[in-house]
Design a protein around this ligand. Sequence first.
Ligand SMILES: Nc1ncnc2c1ncn2[C@@H]1O[C@H](COP(=O)(O)OP(=O)(O)OP(=O)(O)O)[C@@H](O)[C@H]1O
Ligand SMILES: [Mg+2]
Length: 247
Amino acid sequence: MLETRNLSKSFGPIHVTRDVSIRLERGERRVILGPNGAGKTTLFNLLAGVLQADSGQVLLAGKDITALPVARRARRGISRSYQKNTLFDGLSVRENLGLAAAVQAGQARRLFHDSLSHPKVRETVEEVAHLARLEQVLDARVNEVSYGIRRQLEVGVALATRPQVLLMDEPTSGVGPEMAAGFHDLLSGLPRDLTLLIIEHDMDLAFEVADKITVLNYGEVVFEGLPEAARGSDLLKEIYLGSWENA
Ligand SMILES: Nc1ncnc2c1ncn2[C@@H]1O[C@H](COP(=O)(O)OP(=O)(O)OP(=O)(O)O)[C@@H](O)[C@H]1O
Ligand SMILES: [Mg+2]
C-alpha cells in the first residue's frame, strides 16, 4: 500500500534519511521506533510531501507519488496527525472535525456554517467522533478540553479526510499512562483496511499495536521485524540504553 525505495534526504552536511526502503501492506499497522533525532518525523515529511527527497521514491498503492505535492498526496489518501498541536483552539471539537470533513467533501468554499451542516460532512463527523472516542466532547471548545482529548482530536481530524494511509507522529506523547491505554483501544477500533504508520515512544503500546516494527537510527533502518523479535534484540537494547528495560 505504501512503499519507499532507497529514500534519502540531507540537510546540508547531515544525512537525516539514509536509503530507507520500507513496504507496508494494506491494513498493516507498522510502528516506527528510534531515538530522538533519528529522522522519524523527517520520514513522515517525505511521505506526506512536505519535504522532497534528494533521491529515492515513494509509492502509494503501486503508483509513484514522489513528485506530487502535499495536497495531491492527501487527495490520494495519505493523511497525518502531528507531533505538535495543529488544531483550531477557539472552535469546538465538532467544528474542527467538520472543517476537515468539509475540505475532503469539497464543501469548504461554502460559508462555514453551511459547510458543517452539509449531510455528507455531518455523517463523517458522527462516524469519526465515534472512531476517535470524541462523542462526549463534540460541543466543547478545543481550548477547554484536556490534552489527551486534543491528541484524540488530532487523530479524528486526520480520519475526517477519509485516508487510506494514516501517519501518526507520537499520538500519545505527553499523555498519561491511562490515556495511552485508551489509545490502544482507539487504534484497535479503527477500520481494518486502514494502513497505519505510527511513530511511538511508548514501548508497551508499540509492541501491542504493531504488526511489524521498524527501527530508525541515524536516519537508517537498523531493524525490521515482528514485535517479539524487536523485544529481544540486543541492537535495540543498545540504541535505547536503559529505557528498554522499562518496556
Ligand atoms: N528542516 C530541517 N532543517 C535542518 N535540519 C533538520 C530539519 N528537520 C529536521 N532536521 C534535523 O534532522 C534530524 C532528524 O530530525 P527528526 O525531527 O526527523 O527526528 P525524530 O526522529 O522525529 O526525533 P524526535 O524523536 O525528537 O521527534 C535532527 O537532527 C534535526 O535537527
Ligand atoms: Mg519527531
